[in-house]
Ligand binder design. Structure first.
Ligand code: IVH
Length: 673
């Protein structure tokens, strides 16, 4: 890859990761699995390492989480809340150990004392104590500034979070920990929500995060939350000597501290802790997504220091996707959004990766043959992170004697099992497709996709509701959702009066979605969220996308001939064209602010002092030309202060806030790159 290609790819990765950060941290509703997210982050880190000149302090690799939501009052952490670097396996844990030893100037055969803990899958918070009284609590936010959630934290019982501390505690104390929901509490909460016709949470982490970030603490109080404390911020005049002592003291002061922790002499002992914890994971009554290995001694931690977003003295060792065994009860043929007939394994329900799974796509006949999966088979199922469950392999040794190889039935290969329209298999494609223009199954899936999180994000429009709407012929396209009356919504099963109002409000709000979401929502084949954003960036308006030739479309980075043809084909189809125009008539006017391009895209500069080579006005022009803003005063939002000779208060302010500072030479050098 040359540096131009790398720059493009890096820009795309940063934009996508930032969007995923917002969804995960701020909206509590991720749309990719943890594994997929980690892969994007890794690719970005590798590219920034390979092309160091393309690294900037604005990159998501240099930051923690997402900016706090506007909904809450903000809280600035006295000491920043850091994140952790990841190791994907024990090998990478050993690499970490080697780095630690090198920095501490130890010999390879010497061993470091570590402290190993389960990595709780929840939401990081800081609890603040003043004069030994609980005074405030905040989420991590972007690590520097979080959301003030004091009242919500008070819904967690005093036997986990003491309201007062004993006399030996310091005057000022910040305690950090992870708020989570126990698996059993999560199951109860979801069962209750299901009975009440409310949408269920996908997993305990989302339930915990969504509950903690409620504006109304009364709602939080109805959601059983728990906490494990694992670190401190300010500790007044007192100092802890090690992680082990710190946790022991926190426990003695009444904080909930995880008991399943271990002091480990050397990395192999930490590796063993990792394997044991992984083995014991299914039996825990809370979700964990790895273990955290920390250098135990605080003095050594201090000397190791940190790199931008994470300490050099700790690492999160992630677990592989959780796997469980279950049986295939049946294989059904379902019709998807694009008409593709998809074989789906109906499974004995099992709890895996934080949710109960009762079906898994088998994709197509080729995949069925590759797995040789049959009705009655025992299978290994895995669910990476939050999203799609998959059948990994069949346990042949457990196969019932009468199990027959499965092929998509002949009848289904000719007529759609839902609408009886013709079925086609295009040359070069594995999938069979229903060509029925008004196949109810396609409509249901299309509407669900339109309403999904990455698209219109209409909460509460789940499978059951959409099915009712289509079966009762109340809607035949996403646009029809916007013409239903309050009474029509309220007439649906599992819909209370209040949810009808919520639905109308959510639909109204969705009309202001941006162009990228809108293009994604349309459900054009091969247009995922990343492609939709690339289209929005390249064309800037719906009209421009709609009018673009196949050639113009294929000019967009990451869009090839097949995707370009699919987009053109979509808008050329009169039925689609009419649906899009109806959405516009209904009030959709998707807009797009192009992400600025350039060397300093998205950054904010402040110039101060006397420059020697450039005139101040020239410097300002150069900043603007590179896609950055030039501001007059220094704040936490400043990316770089360019300080010339005799710089004064702005320079001190920058130092105080930890804003990056360049001299004029550095500025010119960066511009030349
Ligand atoms: S220590 C500077 N210990 O994982 C290190 N973090 O990916 C501060 N987490 O932000 C964190 N369990 O939200 C630590 N036993 C544990 C943890 C833990 C979960 C979370 C925490 C942190 C994130 C990093």
């Amino acid at each position: 890859m040359d540096s131009r290609q790398a720059e493009k790819r890096i820009q795309n990765l940063r934009r996508d990761i930032q969007e995923h950060n917002r969804r995960y941290y701020r909206d509590d509703s991720p749309t990719v699995t943890d594994a997929e997210y980690d892969a994007l982050m890794r690719e970005l880190m590798d590219l920034e390492k390979q092309f160091p000149l393309l690294a900037t302090p604005e990159s998501p690799t240099q930051k923690v989480g997402a900016k706090p939501s506007e909904k809450f009052e903000k809280y600035r952490h006295a000491l920043p809340m850091l994140s952790l670097g990841n190791a994907m396996n024990v090998e990478e844990l050993r690499d970490f150990d080697a780095r630690v030893k090198k920095r501490l100037e130890l010999l390879p055969m010497e061993s470091v004392e570590y402290f190993a803990e389960p990595k709780i899958d929840g939401l990081a918070v800081e609890l603040v104590y003043e004069n030994r009284k609980f005074s405030a609590a905040a989420t991590r936010g972007d690590g520097g500034v979080g959301e003030l959630i004091t009242q919500n934290i008070l819904t967690i019982s005093a036997d986990q979070i003491p309201r007062e501390l004993p006399a030996d505690a310091p005057d000022v104390l910040d305690v950090r920990g992870e708020v989570y929901m126990k698996k059993a509490d999560f199951a109860d909460l979801n069962a209750r929500r299901d009975r009440e016709g409310q949408p269920v949470f996908a997993n305990p982490r989302n339930a915990a995060a969504g509950s903690l970030r409620q504006l109304d603490p009364k709602i939080t109080a109805e959601r059983p939350l728990s906490i494990f404390c694992y670190a401190v911020g300010r500790t007044g005049p007192m100092e802890f000597s090690s992680q082990e002592k710190c946790l022991k003291t926190l426990a003695a002061w009444g904080f909930a501290v995880n008991g399943a922790v271990k002091r480990c002499r050397g990395v192999e002992s930490a590796a063993e802790y990792y394997s044991k914890t992984l083995e014991g994971r299914p039996a825990l009554d809370y979700d964990i997504d790895g273990v955290v290995v920390k250098v135990n001694d605080f003095a050594l931690q201090q000397s190791l220091g940190q790199v931008s977003r994470s300490p050099r003295w700790a690492i999160a060792v992630k677990f592989p996707a959780e796997q469980v065994e279950t049986t295939v009860r049946d294989i059904e043929i379902q019709v998807g959004r694009t008409g593709a007939l998809t074989p789906v394994a109906k499974l004995e329900p099992v709890f895996v990766g934080g949710v109960t799974v009762s079906s898994a796509s088998l994709h197509n006949q080729d995949e069925i043959e590759r797995l040789d999966v049959r009705v009655g088979d025992a299978v290994i199922l895995q669910r990476a992170g939050d999203v799609i469950p998959e059948v990994v392999r069949v346990l042949i040794e457990k196969r019932p004697a009468n199990a027959q190889p499965f092929s998509i039935p002949e009848a289904v290969q000719n007529k759609c099992p839902v609408c009886a329209s013709d079925i086609q298999r295009l040359p070069g494609e594995v999938a069979y497709r229903c060509v029925g223009a008004s196949c109810p199954a396609q409509i249901v899936e299309g509407v669900k996709h339109f309403a999904s999180k990455g698209a219109a994000n209409v909460d509460g429009l789940g499978d059951k509701i959409v099915r009712q709407l289509v079966e009762n012929k109340m809607i035949a396209s996403p646009a029809d959702l916007y013409t239903l009356t309050r009474d029509q919504w309220a007439s649906l099963e599992r819909m209370a009066e209040k949810s009808a109002d919520n639905m109308l409000a959510a639909l109204e709000a969705s009309k202001s979605m941006d162009l990228a979401r809108f293009l994604y929502a349309l459900g054009i084949r091969h247009v995922g969220e990343a492609t939709a954003r690339a289209l929005a960036d390249a064309f800037g308006s719906l009209n421009a996308v709609r009018a673009a030739s196949v050639e113009k479309l294929a000019d967009v980075p990451d869009i090839g001939a097949v995707v370009a043809a699919s987009i053109r084909g979509f808008f050329d189809d009169p039925k689609n064209d009419e649906m899009v125009r109806r959405l516009e008539e209904l009030g959709f006017a998707p807009a797009w602010e192009k992400q600025e391009q350039g060397r300093f895209a998205g950054m904010t500069f402040v110039l101060t002092g006397t420059l020697d080579t450039l005139k101040r006005s020239e410097a300002k022009q150069l900043i603007l030309a590179q896609g950055a803003k030039a501001a007059g005063s220094v704040s936490k939002n400043t990316s770089v202060v360019v300080a010339g000779r005799d710089a004064g208060s702005k320079l001190s302010k920058a130092r105080e806030l930890g804003v990056e500072i360049w001299d004029e030479d550095r500025f010119i050098k960066e511009l030349k790159e």
